[in-house]
Design a protein around this ligand. Structure first.
Ligand code: PA5
Length: 449
């Protein structure tokens, strides 16, 4: 297996091949519109050919910025929320040692994230952690005005300036934001911070292959050239000339739309590797923000097995039948850890002695899939040959392309997120933000009732 493979054999007991074949024309119509930039939200299609368009100069610029700062720091704080942090976090977690050890001979700064919440404990404890560390900040916000990262940046910038003085602090800040507009861009111009641009035609959740995702991934010591190469391969594998059954994004979009049409309203992304927990978080944002609108959309949920077989397994097996499952399977994990023999065989597991833990994990995966299919849960399988930059690039581009097609099949604009403003408006009214006087009065009246 050289590329990502999509297997829908365990959807076919629920949806016939002929029915899926019926999506051929429709998906090819939507993929054509996507590429001709004539579908909904076509102002936000910059991500579509990023893998093939990104040039050597931009890659070198990102690598140089990271390498220069990495020489003098132990910790890089990446500030951002939603699409401005999840892609990088997903890739970094998937590739990092689970206990923070270096995976190669070079050492790289520890990457920590901030501005993805407004928890006082988190922020206070981050400051405790940073007090005696040499650190720098990468602040990422397309709009430059998002409350969570803006608060974190205010606090940490002050901390950095107090620690190093304004001049050195300025050299330890990199900003990634829109070109020519927004509060963060103005600050970059005022303070002279090094900066990168988030293209106007790329939305947050599709921004992995812009500096938003690439810079933190290089800062963590991973190979963005391989990430881009993998995505480029998937760009080719999902291009308009590829026939339906050979295009994994088209088949995935068709299968999940047909299941949704028939009844399941929740898709559970499952994997058997804890390193992929944040990949699932990234996927949930991608599909949740892209499809969840106009009272439509598949609810994206996630589980990490086998841990969650001991919590969510019961529901998936026997609860309300409104689910389907998409499993990410890694064909060849890189480690080899064998199960030892025990003289007294007290736990009765000597039949596993000498086997790799992964063999047990794989049989758990296969056994669970069969049990869930028997329990009425359709199963889509995505197989990756290995967990590395190249295949993550394939996987994440595959999901982005499928999400765009899937959104078009649902007849929604997969590139906007009007609903996220509602909580912000209430929060600003409650906090008595100037300009929100009317909303403030209304919301306090409502709460006092
Ligand atoms: O996908 C999106 O567009 C959003 O999730 C944004 O990325 C998120 O709200 C952060 O926005 P910004 O980068 O403007 O701070």
């Amino acid at each position: 297996m050289k590329n990502l493979e999509l297997n829908i054999d365990n959807v076919l007991p629920f949806v016939s091949k002929e029915v899926l074949e019926g999506y051929q024309e429709l998906t090819s119509y939507h993929i054509r519109h996507l590429h001709q930039r004539t579908g909904k939200g076509s102002d936000f299609l910059g991500w579509l050919d990023l893998p093939s368009k990104i040039n050597e100069e931009s890659i070198v610029e990102i690598e140089d910025a990271a390498n220069e700062l990495n020489k003098k720091i132990e910790v890089m704080v990446v500030i951002g929320i939603g699409g401005s942090y999840l892609g990088a976090k997903a890739v970094i977690d998937a590739l990092s040692h689970s206990f923070g050890l270096s995976l190669n001979d070079r050492s790289f700064p520890k990457i920590v994230f901030a501005g993805q919440n407004i928890s006082e404990d988190y922020t206070g404890e981050l400051i405790d952690f940073l007090n005696d560390k040499s650190y720098a900040i990468t602040v990422i916000s397309k709009s430059g005005t998002t409350t969570e990262p803006a608060i974190a940046f205010r606090i940490l910038r002050k901390h950095l300036e107090n620690k190093y003085g304004p001049e050195e602090a300025g050299k330890r800040i990199i900003a990634i934001t829109s070109e020519g507009r927004g509060a963060l861009r103005s600050l970059v111009e005022e303070k002279g911070y090094r900066s990168f641009v988030i293209p106007d035609d790329v939305g947050g959740r599709y921004s992995l292959l812009t500096p938003v995702g690439l810079l933190p991934v290089v800062q963590a010591g991973f190979d963005i050239r391989q990430l881009i190469a993998g995505a480029k391969k998937m760009e080719e594998m999902t291009s308009p000339e590829i026939p339906f059954w050979d295009n994994p994004s088209a088949v995935y979009a068709a299968a999940r739309n047909e299941l949704y049409r028939q009844s399941p309203k929740t898709e559970i992304l499952a994997s058997y590797h804890p390193k992929l927990i944040y990949l699932a978080e990234w996927w949930k944002q991608l599909y949740g923000e892209s499809e969840g609108k106009e009272k439509k959309g598949i609810f994206p949920a996630s589980v990490n097995f086998t841990a969650d077989l001991h919590s969510m397994g019961q529901y998936i097996q026997e609860g309300q039948r409104n689910l389907f499952e998409t499993v990410i399977s890694i064909h060849n994990p890189s480690r080899e850890v064998l199960i030892p023999e025990e003289a007294d065989d007290a736990d009765g597991l000597n039949f596993l002695a000498g086997k790799r833990i992964e063999e047990v994990n794989k049989m758990a995966e296969l056994g669970t899939m069969l049990a869930h299919v028997d329990g009425g849960v359709p199963n889509i399988l995505i197989r990756l040959p290995e967990l590395n930059e190249y295949y993550l690039g394939q996987l994440m581009y595959f999901f982005q392309k499928a999400c765009a097609v899937s959104g078009y099949l649902m007849n929604v604009n997969p590139f906007d997120q009007p609903g996220v403003e509602a909580y912000k408006n209430n929060m600003f009214a409650l906090l008595r933000k100037p300009g929100f006087e009317e909303e403030t009065e209304l919301i306090y009246k409502r709460l006092n009732k």
